[in-house]
Design a protein around this ligand. Structure first.
Ligand code: SAH
Length: 464
């Protein structure tokens, strides 16, 4: 690892001045940074080109003079006129840290990219060498931190004495603080102005529960690409002690969780059930009862063919707190992959998500309804019986010419598309790519972009 040429630190500026010499865009950028602090920000320039009126700064519209640096904690020189060197010399003579914008060789310090969750600050520095990279890293960190984290940190700070007197055990205290700054309910309450009350009742709950109450988050993992996870899902995955995930959730998504979180695969892959649903329910209740924060990670959206209903019922019965985090369901990922508008004025007035399961026997009664719906269908769990699905719909009155699109591995780089008609699907034994698949059926399907799709038969619908 290389060594640093600069040392990151937090400089006190309260009660002092930050002086910016210059009146253009560069000066404005520095002013935006400087006004994040409580320092008095002073702009000195005979020609103001940028508009500083929206910022709480003092503007001196004149030439720079060395006494402008009285009580200054730092100086930015963002001026290309004769004042630049005067200001630099003055700063050096007074030993005031100096930053000459875009001239690294003249700088005593660099400004990091800042993530502001006051009182919490995260500064990312590249020693002035790769500011674009620093901003990129900042954007990523911004995304995983609640915008209200600073307020939550202040909330936690305000409760310190009470927490110390009420919770003796260090680990339990840590769990309380962690719950306080990561709980979506507290965040919501804080945003609505009831943060203090919510924090107090959380504290009461933790005191009562002794070791700290567990919770189960039922989290939608989306179709299987890590960047189709919601930010909330990602945050909770970072907070969880245990991840209980389905087989369908790819490793790249599971790896978004905290490194040292325990991982339990309750593989419900087609063909082998390593855990029964009853065993999964029992597992979730047990883990949460031990005080653990459990991320129950399900593919797509947890409320769509995810058996979330049974898990929630078990949690309710055991009196365990839970929360559901939505995810991108496979059929919607398939629609996005193929730019298929599942609802479309005058073509499709609705979208039905249905299981294809049972097309090969008489388990389900919904075929007549689906065949006559006149809406777009998103059929799950139907790949291995796709021909029977099409035949069922036709047998119940759907037109053989109705467009069909199948997306295997929707939402993933490895997606594979097939397009055709109900008739073609019913008549042909297709050899699909490996992976889960969604079958889209309906007139609106023909409006999508299926140009890269393999055709089910010569009679396939023509691409719009
Ligand atoms: N809760 C999930 C569905 C789970 S049921 C969701 O909302 O997406 C499992 C079925 O989902 C599979 O049989 C398949 O039909 C579908 N599925 C899940 N992931 C998929 C993907 N990436 N591409 C296509 N279909 C998928």
């Amino acid at each position: 690892m290389g060594r640093l040429n600069t040392f990151p630190l937090s400089l006190k500026v309260q009660g002092r001045r930050i002086v910016i010499v210059g009146g253009g865009e560069e000066a404005l950028n520095k002013a935006r940074l400087a006004v994040k602090t409580t320092a008095q920000v002073v702009i000195v320039s005979p020609h103001l080109e940028a508009d500083f009126s929206a910022l709480p700064v003092e503007v001196l519209e004149r030439r720079f003079q060395p006494s402008d640096l009285d009580n200054a904690a730092m100086v930015f020189v963002a001026d290309h006129g004769p004042d630049a060197s005067v200001a630099q010399d003055a700063a050096r003579a007074r030993n005031i840290p100096l930053n000459v914008v875009d001239v690294p060789g003249e700088c005593d310090f660099f400004t990091p990219a800042i993530i502001d969750r006051a009182p919490l600050t995260i500064a990312i520095s590249s020693e002035g060498r790769a500011p674009v990279l620093a901003r990129l890293v900042r954007a990523r960190i911004e995304a995983v931190l609640s915008p209200r984290l600073g307020n939550l940190a202040s909330l936690a700070g305000g409760l310190r004495h009470r927490v110390e007197s009420l919770i003796q055990d260090g680990a339990a205290r840590r769990r309380f603080y962690q719950a306080l700054v990561t709980s979506p309910e507290i965040e919501r309450a804080e945003a609505a102005g009831h943060g203090h009350e919510a924090a107090e009742s959380l504290l009461a709950a933790h005191v009562e529960a002794g070791s700290g109450a567990g919770v189960v988050w039922l989290i939608g993992a989306g179709p299987g690409s890590e960047d189709l996870l919601t930010l909330r899902a990602q945050r909770l995955l970072q907070d969880a002690d245990v991840i209980v995930h389905d087989q369908l959730v790819p490793d790249v998504v599971v790896q978004m969780a905290r490194r040292d979180a325990e991982q339990i695969a309750v593989g419900k892959a087609k063909g082998h059930h390593s855990f029964s649903q009853a065993q999964i329910n029992t597992l979730l209740v047990r883990l949460a009862s031990e005080g653990k924060r459990v991320a129950r990670l399900k593919s797509g959206d947890p409320m769509v063919f995810g058996r979330a209903g049974e898990e929630i019922a078990a949690l309710r019965k055991a009196g365990i707190a839970y929360q559901v985090v939505p995810g991108v369901s496979a059929a919607l990922a398939a629609a996005a992959d193929t730019a298929t508008p599942v609802t479309l004025r005058k073509v499709s007035s609705g979208f039905i998500m249905a299981t294809a399961h049972g097309a090969e026997d008489d388990e389900l009664q919904h075929w007549a309804l689906l065949a006559g719906a006149g809406m777009t269908l998103g059929l799950y769990m139907g790949k291995s019986i796709a021909g029977e699905v099409a035949a069922r719909l036709v047998a119940h009155g759907a037109s053989e010419t109705l467009p069909v699109g199948i997306v295997v591995n929707a939402g993933r780089a490895s997606r594979t598309l097939y397009s055709g008609t109900l008739g073609a699907l019913a008549a042909n034994q297709l050899d699909f790519a490996d992976g889960p698949a969604v079958i889209l059926v309906g007139e609106a399907v023909a409006e999508g972009d299926w140009a890269e799709a393999a055709q089910m038969a010569a009679s396939s619908f023509k691409v719009a």
